[in-house]
Write a protein that binds this ligand. Structure first.
Ligand SMILES: [Zn+2]
Length: 151
């Protein structure tokens, strides 16, 4: 995996070749004001390295990313009007990931603003037995992933 993708606008921002309104930067992480300001304060936080989504994060970059997300979320919440905030990360076109360079959105929210509608209709609410089966499948996958990491 390369550190930089030549056709990635967020890599250009990280490299400084595209000007952005920088909120924070250090050797691993950069935060900047999003072009779209549905509510003032919409900010993005991302690793400098070109990683497509959270699944490609190593633990130290992930910890640095989350620490910056926490600090910038406090700042957005303190500086810009809001009644709450949403954080989100989209993976893939089906989830409307627009730039394939991992980034976390921090967005001020107001009641009934319709910025994010999580469910287009009432979701299924399977019983505990089915949810337990989902958990078993995930635990098995996590255990196998740990084994794979060690080999
Ligand atoms: Zn990139």
């Amino acid at each position: 995996m390369s550190a930089r993708n030549d056709s990635c606008v967020f890599c250009d921002i990280a490299a400084g070749t595209i000007a952005a309104s920088i909120v924070h930067q250090d050797e691993l992480i950069i935060a900047f004001v999003d072009l779209r300001q549905f509510h003032p304060g919409h900010t993005l936080v991302m690793p400098r390295r070109h990683l497509q989504d959270v699944r490609e994060l190593d633990d130290s970059t992930g910890a640095a990313l989350m620490a910056t997300v926490v600090r910038v979320t406090r700042a957005v919440g303190a500086v810009f009007p809001n009644e709450g905030m949403s954080l989100w990360h989209s993976i893939g076109e089906a989830a409307f990931q627009e730039v394939p360079h991992l980034h976390i959105h921090i967005h001020p929210r107001f009641r009934d603003d319709d910025v994010l509608r999580v469910y287009p209709s009432a979701p299924a609410t399977p019983g505990k037995r089915e949810r337990d089966q989902y958990a078993v499948r995930l635990r098995q996958h996590l255990e196998q992933a740990l084994v794979d990491e060690k080999t």
